[in-house]
Design a protein around this ligand. Structure first.
Ligand code: GAL
Length: 487
């Protein structure tokens, strides 16, 4: 008879084998990166926009920084042909969609499109409910690499996870049946708890209503503060509203399946530089897909240097695939929106490293601190072996590209024209983020700013509505960690 210990051992082994093998369709092993039309252009889309943007993404080095997908959102179609197939709007796309896909591919990028698990899209164009197989076949025949799949006009087929899951799974099956690898980005705004079930059928799921270009402005059209009890996800959700919802379920993301905090607003003008840095840092550290939502053809140097900060992109694309976790939150010093809060977030990275973020959403600059015991609270706090190690501290924003270098890139429309760009830009086409981190590239590590001794504390001045983000590297051998955080 097998002993109890041995049986427990076998159980553990079996669970870990399954966990290690379970990746949905082999895509998005790290969070997907790209660009999408919606935040800036809404329904004002056409072939010229897609192709000129794709070219700009190449010229400015976005593609090589990892932003691979060019995604056309809503409003591209014009009903269906007599045989039921989706018909492009030929005034917007005179050469059809395959032509666009081919042109994007020729530039070395993936092409994404959009549809809806309902009778209509949110813009009231034809939806795919009941047409899943036919539409997936059409998308595959055009050469589509990515499908964003929305939730409007779903004819009441929601309200339980099973009902919603059925609609999304039908498209998932249809995409897989085409034989073409198509990244599947679910957009059901957190309805019916996708964080509990989407990992088996999609590469990402939206967890909230639509983002807006605001740091923390409350808006009744985004009525929920808590995603787990939300009957109306809505839209006009601020960065802090979405982030605080996400804080509840960091463990749900995993390689191949990511919680999507919605597209990036950096560059759209509604937030200041510190707020945009915070937005970028937290979307990268929570492992949200990173989808640029601004017009890259008229970018400011400061927006460019945020989108391309290599040390932050290395956090997003870290092979451990583990989301940062909010360790504590305190309310203090309210601002004009009646809110004021500070929080400390930490999580594990590959190579035994950790990320620490001190976040200040209060109304004035703050001196903040994080003890190693708090950072490693899940490992046992003061008793944790990690808290008893000493750590080198690297500032993840120290290598941000200077405005003059960013201006040179933007003016010459090329990363080749700027001097010393390799100190602040990473070409992931030449060497992956994972390999760069293994090789201790200083561009990806950030700049070392100090050491925290065993059971010590990190102290930093954090600007109003800003973050300080550090990579912590153990002095001496890293302690082994078999699984991602929280599992
Ligand atoms: C929303 C979706 C947005 C955008 C829009 C298009 O439901 O969340 O990201 O796709 O529809 O109409």
């Amino acid at each position: 008879m097998l002993s109890r210990t041995l049986l427990a051992g076998i159980g553990l082994l079996a669970r870990e084998t399954v966990a290690a093998n379970f990746i949905y369709n082999g895509l998005a092993i790290t969070p997907q990166m790209g660009w999408n039309t919606w935040n800036t252009f809404a329904c004002d889309v056409d072939e010229e926009l897609i192709l000129s943007t794709a070219q700009t993404l190449v010229d400015l080095g976005f593609r090589d920084a990892g932003y691979h997908h060019v995604v056309l959102d809503d409003c591209w179609s014009n009903g269906r042909y007599a045989n039921g197939s989706l018909r492009p709007d030929f005034t917007k796309f005179p050469n059809g969609m395959k032509h666009v896909a081919d042109a994007v591919h020729a530039l070395g990028m993936g092409f994404g499109m959009y549809s809806d698990a309902g009778a209509y899209t949110c813009g009231m164009y034809a939806g795919s409910l009941g047409y899943e197989t036919q539409d997936a076949t059409t998308f595959a025949s055009w050469g589509v690499d990515y499908l964003k799949y929305d939730n409007c006009y779903n004819e009441g087929q929601s309200g339980t996870p099973q009902i919603t899951q059925h609609r999304y799974k039908t498209m998932s099956n249809a995409l897989n049946a085409t034989g073409r690898p198509i990244l599947y980005s679910m957009c059901n705004w957190g309805e019916d708890s996708p964080w509990n079930w989407a990992q088996t059928m999609a590469n990402s799921w939206r967890m909230s209503g639509d983002i807006t270009d605001s740091f923390n402005r409350p808006d009744i059209r985004c009525p929920c503060d808590d995603a787990t009890e939300c009957n109306l996800p809505g839209f006009h959700c601020s960065v802090m509203n979405i982030l605080n919802k996400q804080a509840m379920f960091p463990s749900k993301s995993q390689p191949g399946a990511w919680s999507d905090l919605d597209m990036l607003e950096i560059g759209n003008g509604g937030m200041n530089d510190e707020e945009y840095k915070l937005h970028m840092t937290m979307w990268a550290a929570t492992k949200s897909p990173l989808i640029v939502g601004t017009d890259v053809r008229s970018l400011s140097p400061s927006a460019y240097s945020i989108y391309t900060n290599p040390a932050i992109l290395a956090i997003s694309q870290d092979p451990a695939g583990s989301s940062i976790v909010r360790r504590w939150r305190q309310f203090t010093d309210p601002d004009e929106n009646g809110q004021g809060e500070i929080s400390m977030w930490a999580g594990s990275l590959s190579q035994g490293d950790y990320i620490l973020v001190l976040l200040n959403a209060a109304n004035s600059a703050m001196s903040m601190n994080a003890t190693l015991a708090d950072i490693f609270t899940d490992d046992g706090g003061v008793k944790s072996e990690r808290a008893k190690q000493s750590w080198d501290v690297y500032d993840l924003w120290a290598n941000r590209m200077s405005n003059s270098t960013a201006s040179m890139v933007l003016q010459s429309n090329s990363t080749m024209g700027a001097m010393n760009i390799t100190a602040s830009y990473w070409n992931a086409t030449q060497m992956s983020f994972a390999d760069g981190i293994k090789a201790n590239s200083s561009v990806l590590m950030g700049t070392m700013v100090g050491t925290v001794e065993a059971l010590g504390m990190v102290i930093a001045n954090v600007p109003r509505h800003g973050v300080v983000a550090y990579r912590l590297r153990p002095r001496g051998a890293p302690l082994s960690r078999r699984r991602r955080d929280e599992l």
